[in-house]
Design a protein around this ligand. Structure first.
Ligand code: GLU
Length: 292
C-alpha cells in the first residue's frame, strides 16, 4: 500500500511561508516514499474561509510547483457526514451539550486558572453536570449549544475495549529523510478538558473533521507543524473511539521569521502572493527550505 500524505490548510487568510514549507515537505516525502500527495481544504469556518481565499490557496500551491492528486476535498461540502458521526457519538453518551456563552467562559477562566495545551482555559465541565430535564428544556427552547466530548467517559470507553492495548492512545512519531525513525509517544487526554467536538455555529469542529477526513482519504502519514503536536492526543482518542486507523505522525519545526519569531497564522506574516509580487520566485522559496 503506498503512503498517502496531505496538506490541509484552513484558508482563513492567504498562505504564507509556513504553509509553503509544510506543503513542500509533504510533497517531498510523498516523492521520496513513492506515495500520493493530496490537498484538503479545511474550510469548516465558512465565515472566515471565503471562496476567494480557497481559490488563492490552490493557486499559490500550484505556483510553488506542487502537483496533487485530485479532487480536492473541501470540508464545507461534507457537513452532513460530520454531523452523522457526531449524532452517533452523542447517542453513545460521549458528547454533551454545552450552553456556555463566550462571556460565561471568560468569567470561568478567571475562576479556574487551568489551561489546556493551547493555552485556552480548561473547561471545568459546568454543563456536564446539568440535570437532564434542564438540558432538555434549554434544547427545546432553542438555546444555542456546542457539543463537548466527555473526556473521562471517552477515555474509560477506550480503556475498557477488549482489543484496546496500552498502545491505543499512543502514536508513532516518525522522522528522518524517509520518515523511518520511530518514537512511540503517549497521548495524554488528561491535559485537555472536554474539547468541543461540534461548535455552536457549525456542525463539526477541526478535531472531528480532521480525523474523519484523514481516515476517509486513507492518509497514512500526517506531516504537520509542531503547533499541532498536542492536538494529536485528541486525534488519537477520537480515532480510537471511532474505530479509525491510526496514521503515523511527523510534526515539523515551524518556520521562523528573520528575527527568529514564529510565523503565527494571525501575525503579519507576508502572504506568498505578496512575495511573488515583490519578485520572489517559487524556486527561491524551494531553495530557502532546501528543496530542489
Ligand atoms: N487545517 C489545519 C491548519 O491549517 C491543519 C490541519 C492538520 O494538518 O491537521 O492549521
Amino acid at each position: 500500500m503506498s503512503p498517502v500524505f496531505r496538506f490541509a490548510p484552513s484558508p482563513n487568510g492567504y498562505l504564507h511561508l509556513g504553509h509553503a514549507y509544510s506543503a513542500l515537505l509533504n510533497a517531498e516525502f510523498a516523492r521520496r516514499l513513492g506515495g500520493r500527495f493530496l490537498v484538503r481544504i479545511e474550510d469548516i469556518d465558512v465565515t472566515r474561509c471565503k471562496p476567494e481565499l480557497v481559490d488563492a490557496a490552490l493557486e499559490d500551491l500550484a505556483w510553488l510547483g506542487l502537483q496533487w492528486e485530485g479532487p480536492v476535498l473541501r470540508q464545507s461540502a461534507h457537513f452532513q457526514r460530520y454531523r452523522a458521526v457526531a449524532v452517533d457519538l452523542e447517542a453513545k453518551g460521549l458528547l454533551y451539550p454545552c450552553f456556555c456563552t463566550r462571556g460565561d467562559l471568560a468569567k470561568l477562566a478567571g475562576e479556574y486558572p487551568a489551561r489546556d495545551p493551547d493555552g485556552a482555559p480548561l473547561y471545568p465541565g459546568i454543563c456536564r453536570h446539568l440535570e437532564p430535564g434542564e438540558r432538555a428544556r434549554r434544547i427545546a427552547a432553542g438555546v444555542p449549544h456546542a457539543l463537548r466530548l466527555d473526556r473521562a467517559k471517552a477515555v474509560k470507553e477506550v480503556e475498557a475495549r477488549p482489543a484496546a492495548s496500552s498502545a491505543a492512545l499512543s502514536w508513532d512519531e516518525v522522522s528522518g529523510e524517509r520518515l523511518e525513525i520511530t518514537v512511540r509517544l503517549e497521548a495524554d487526554p488528561l491535559r485537555w478538558g472536554d474539547v468541543v467536538i461540534v461548535r455552536k455555529e457549525c456542525p463539526t469542529s477541526y478535531h472531528l473533521s480532521v480525523v474523519l477526513d484523514d481516515a476517509l482519504q486513507g492518509v497514512t502519514h500526517v506531516v504537520r507543524g509542531t503547533d499541532l503536536y498536542e492536538a494529536t492526543t485528541i486525534h488519537r482518542l477520537l480515532q480510537t473511539l471511532l474505530d479509525l486507523p491510526a496514521p503515523v505522525y511527523h510534526h515539523h519545526e515551524l518556520v521562523k521569521d528573520d528575527a527568529g519569531r514564529k510565523l503565527a497564522k494571525s501575525a503579519a506574516s507576508k502572504p506568498l502572493r505578496e512575495l511573488r509580487a515583490e519578485g520572489v520566485s517559487a524556486a527561491d522559496i524551494r531553495k530557502r527550505f532546501g528543496f530542489s
